[in-house]
Design a protein. Sequence first.
Length: 471
Amino acid sequence: MLMRSVFCGLAAAMALGACSSGDGEALSASLRLSLTPSAPAVFVGERTRLTPIFDGDGASIDGIGRVASGVAVETPPLSRATTFTLRVDRGDEQLEAQTTVQATYRNRIRVLGSAPVAQTNHVAAALPDGRAIVMGGNTSESPLIPDSTLTQIFDPASEEFARGPDLLFSADAGRFTSVAALVSGGFLLAGSGLNAPVGALRSVVTQLFDPAAPGLTPVGDVPTRGIFNRTATSLSDGGALLTGGLVGATNPVSGSADRYNSADQKWHAIGQMLDVRVGHTATPLRDGRVLITGGLTCCQVPNPSAEFYASTAEIYDPATDTFTPTGSMSSARGNHAAALLPDGRVLISGGDGNDPAVPPLGTEIFDPASGQFSSAGDLQAARDSHSAVTLTDGRVLVIGGEVPPELAGRVGVGVSATEIFDPATGRWSAGPALDPAFYTATVTMLSNGKVLVFGGQDAGGSPQAAAALFE
């Protein structure tokens, strides 16, 4: 079949005029070929309608399916600027028309109805069908128990939560459970709750959500036992990396690393990082390597000595299972956040710093090309244990977390201010206020481009059912 690509944009309806084919030959003025959106721009998460006009034997729109001339069809929810292609069969030729619909953020936070059950110290993950799942933690159903097998599923179409399937093992994000999103669309939970019949400090059990199979599946123990508060991250080969954590010994901080192999669905010990760390970040880079930054490197539990946070960074290479040093940050920090920028660099923000220094307001950008960090400006509000989410337009939303205890005078004060970094300008700006703002609320990027904020705990430590969307 001969294909002629005909690019008919929004400004050229083409219903009555001629159009140029991909080989420069003018098509007949009688040939109708156009694809027109009812709205050239929508807000993130919204739909529009496309009207195809064509003469031919049949046609389809990529991502939508077969269409009839003159009959409008609805798009899926749009998370970003999206180009749609109409493909028309006409004899032995295939002609194309395209149109692009913009999708922009309102830059607001909208409070939703509360979930049926309140949760804190839970974990959350996006599901490949566009929903999100919040799992485990301390709940309003069992307020005296720190961990649970409860899950709730958020549906972005109805913007409501419903009960989900129970976990195989209880989860407690405050101490024991780490979650890694997988490139397959699934996720891994590594670790369990304190009251689980298995796991906790005895072994690190894991459970897998695979979008190709129903429910959750146990996938064995992590080889390195007795470590909690570990950092989990996805690998480009479909696996996951688990690093650092606390072991409760004389020097309680670990440098251990374990790797989940998606091919055999097993964990493998891969040795030690260059530094012991807990509360560090591990960010997948575009080339498949992982940038590991900062973290707490020493202190006793309970703590009779000053905390010491690292400014060092290192790179894990999954091709060789090795860790190599790279440039250091200008500020030592832990319990900070990292976000991958569209150009492959990594933005580092917030966290706790070494006493008696004030928590770091300065942010930094790591450039994989040079292996160095550079300044990216200051946050307006200090925070730790927060989230940094790369939005679909390339900006980074810094949201949630707590006011560092040395500033608040106590643990668990949520941060209502949000901030947005624009890599196009290199500048920070104030975002919309998060109200209410609860410590330990989870932040989940949905496939429709919106950001779900759920749960957490109030000043008394009670779990909350509040939910909101950044959109």
